[in-house]
Design a protein around this ligand. Structure first.
Ligand code: B16
Ligand code: MG
Length: 220
């Protein structure tokens, strides 16, 4: 088996923007008169802004019109943009930049597969956008994870078949998407939280693609 490309999810894999999403949803919930639960926040990982809002509103038992939902998504995103406006390289998760640079040096193609419509701004903010051969985000897809559209478009952009591409994901729905479309899935997080994946890493520090290859050989 040859690995020719790697596609990275953004939030929870390259950078910990989940805390800023959480703060923004919490602020919206407060405005609507209820406390937003951190456990519910786990379910928002990897899914679109509108799908997230629907979960937040359900937690508060709040019914609103579609128009009001649009306004709430807009408002939440304005706060989120404020939080991420000061992002810099220090917000990168440990080891990920060095790992990506190493892959590029070996000729492995690099892609982004994120649900976030702010993904390109974030990559630019942390100064690593130039490391990506293709960037697919929430602006480029019509179906969100667990639909594999975002990863399939990424593989297409890299000119690679999914079976030669590793997908690094921290969300169950993202792993489901990668598995459905025949990518090599690696869960970034614990096996307990990400039961869909056979392979897991806690961080990119001291990690190399060789480990993925040896696990694949064992399971072949
Ligand atoms: P935005 P990922 C996802 O990013 C987040 O995990 C998820 O919590 C968020 O709702 C989604 O992006 C949309 O983000 O509001 O910026 O468009 O994990 O797919 O990189
Ligand atoms: Mg994620």
């Amino acid at each position: 088996m040859e690995i020719k490309g790697c596609i990275f999810d953004l939030d929870g894999v390259i950078v910990d923007t989940a805390k800023y999403h959480y703060q923004s949803w919490k602020r919206l919930a407060k405005e609507l008169g209820f406390e937003f639960d951190e456990a519910v926040n786990e379910r928002l990982k990897g899914i679109s802004r509108m799908d997230s809002l629907n979960i937040v509103l359900a937690q508060g038992g709040i019914l609103v019109t579609e128009e009001e939902k649009e306004t709430m998504c807009y408002e939440k995103n304005e706060w989120y943009k404020e939080y991420i406006s000061e992002l810099d390289e220090s917000e990168l998760l440990p080891g990920v930049k060095v790992f990506i640079e190493g892959l590029r040096a070996e000729g492995v193609k690099i892609g982004l597969g994120s649900a976030s419509r702010n993904a390109k701004t974030i990559l630019k903010g942390i100064g690593i956008d130039h490391l990506f051969d293709v960037m697919i985000d929430g602006n480029d897809v019509s179906k969100s994870k667990p639909d594999p559209e975002v990863f399939l478009k990424g593989a297409e952009g890299l000119g690679l078949a999914p079976e030669h591409v590793v997908v690094f994901e921290d969300a169950r729905k993202g792993l489901e998407a990668a598995i459905t479309a025949g990518f090599i899935p690696v869960g970034v997080g614990s096996p307990e939280l990400l039961p869909e994946a056979d392979m897991h890493i806690q961080s990119f520090e001291n990690f190399s693609l060789e480990e993925v290859l040896s696990q694949l050989d064992k399971s072949a």
